[in-house]
Design a protein around this ligand. Structure first.
Ligand SMILES: *Cc1c(COP(=O)(O)O)cnc(C)c1O
Length: 404
């Protein structure tokens, strides 16, 4: 076989549309919670591909599901259904509030489907102008034009005007503000149980309960965007299970495929029939390869051992971070649920989160930011304690550079 084309990090700048600024090394392989780059330098992975690699890298459960399906059937198109997608739909409906599932390939597409469903339900209600969507400041729902408009960070949407209208943003965790804009014309309220990209900010349970009541009062769909919080990330299968508030629609992606692109919108029998043949669709949604991997990943995660393990690791992680912080006084607050953890920098270090992740990379640690002031960790749900210890040791060395 011919040698593969030789590539370097600088080729990114040569050939890639510059929407990302990746680290100055190129990961080439991974195993569990460790990754190696082109120079064979090792990294501990506290980023988990942004809450995606729930089983770490090259987990045999995922590898076997993928390779077994790869020898059978990759794709058939929506003129035919397939066994893996039906099995995955059974798993998702049997283990959640949902009765029906729409499959797609990403979080944005899952939210796009959810918002379109809500608009359709609003239209079918017969109430004139029932198309209003209520969303929250600082929310993140994806990068399609509709989802970026629902998101609450204008810097991501303003350059693409004219935007879809009828979307109202109010402060997160402010029930009175939500109450002031939810009315008969509202078809949906979309909210993250924990704002991930927005800084790892937990929704108050009373806030979610209040939104539920307002949606019931005015006949609006309550959409939980669980793209980041879903599939075990918080120690529950889905974060709504922690709050006891049941949405009408839930979107899931990221960890669902453990690294294989897949997304889904879950809803109930009352709303699913508002989508009919041809109303909405996608070429790859429910593709056999994606569904086979997601089915295996979901089955592995949805056990008391794995979910309890996430809660245990949360405490272990927090203890280590708190000990580190007691020594160095860098973080104002360390927060999150399960293995979605945010460390907010003290005011004197404002804006330094990105630098910290860069220094972490130099020390052999992959970490994330959530805005300019929050360092975020979303590692594998089964990361070994010794990898947490080693990662924290490397983080400590990276933070030492901050003091300088
Ligand atoms: C990542 C994310 C999305 C977008 O998912 P993509 O797969 O990137 O389209 C949407 N909502 C939330 C909460 C996310 O964290």
């Amino acid at each position: 076989m011919e040698q593969p084309i030789s590539v370097t990090r600088s080729n990114f700048n040569d050939w890639m549309v510059p929407v990302f600024a990746p680290a100055n090394f190129i990961p080439v392989r991974g195993e569990g919670s460790r990754i190696w780059d082109q120079e064979n330098k090792e990294y501990i992975d506290f980023a988990g591909g942004i809450a995606v690699n729930a089983l770490g890298h090259a987990h045999p459960v995922a590898v076997n599901a993928l390779t077994e399906q790869a020898t059978k059937l990759w794709h058939v198109g929506n003129g035919y259904t397939n066994e893996p997608v039906l099995r995955l739909a059974k798993q998702l409906t049997e283990n959640t509030f949902a009765d029906k599932v729409f499959f797609c390939n990403s979080g944005a597409e899952a939210n796009e489907a959810a918002l379109k469903l809500a608009r359709k339900v609003g239209l079918d209600s017969g109430v004139a102008g029932k198309s209003g969507i209520v969303a929250f400041n600082n929310a993140f729902h994806g990068r399609t034009l509709f989802t970026v408009s629902a998101g609450g960070q204008p810097k991501y949407s303003q350059d693409f005007a004219p935007l879809p209208n009828g979307i109202n943003h109010v402060a997160f965790n402010d029930l009175d503000a939500a109450k002031a804009v939810i009315n008969e014309q509202t078809c949906a309220v979309i909210v993250e149980p924990i704002q991930g990209e927005g800084g790892v900010i937990l929704a108050d349970i009373e806030f979610l309960k209040g939104l539920r009541a307002l949606c019931d009062e005015f006949g609006a769909l309550l959409i939980f965007d669980e793209v980041q919080t879903g599939v075990g990330r918080t120690g529950a299968l889905y974060a709504y299970m922690n709050s006891g508030v049941i949405p009408d629609v839930l979107t899931t992606a990221k960890a669902l495929g453990g690294g294989f692109p897949v997304g889904a919108m879950l809803t109930i029998d009352k709303f699913a029939p508002h989508f009919s043949v041809g109303t909405h669709g996608t070429t790859y949604g429910g593709n056999p390869l994606a569904s086979a991997v997601a089915g295996a990943v979901f089955e592995f995660i949805n056990t008391p051992e794995v979910l309890e393990g996430v809660k245990h690791r949360h405490q272990y992680f927090l203890d280590a971070l708190n000990a580190l912080n007691a020594e160095h006084q860098i973080f104002e607050e360390i927060r999150g649920e399960g293995l979605l953890i945010g460390c907010e920098l003290k005011a004197e270090y404002a804006g330094k989160a990105k630098d910290i992740t860069t220094w972490a990379g130099e020390e052999g640690l992959l970490a994330l930011i959530a805005g300019p002031n929050v360092v975020r960790f979303t590692p594998s749900l089964i990361i070994p304690e010794q990898d947490i210890d080693e990662g924290i040791a490397r983080l400590k060395r990276a933070l030492a550079k901050l003091a300088k």
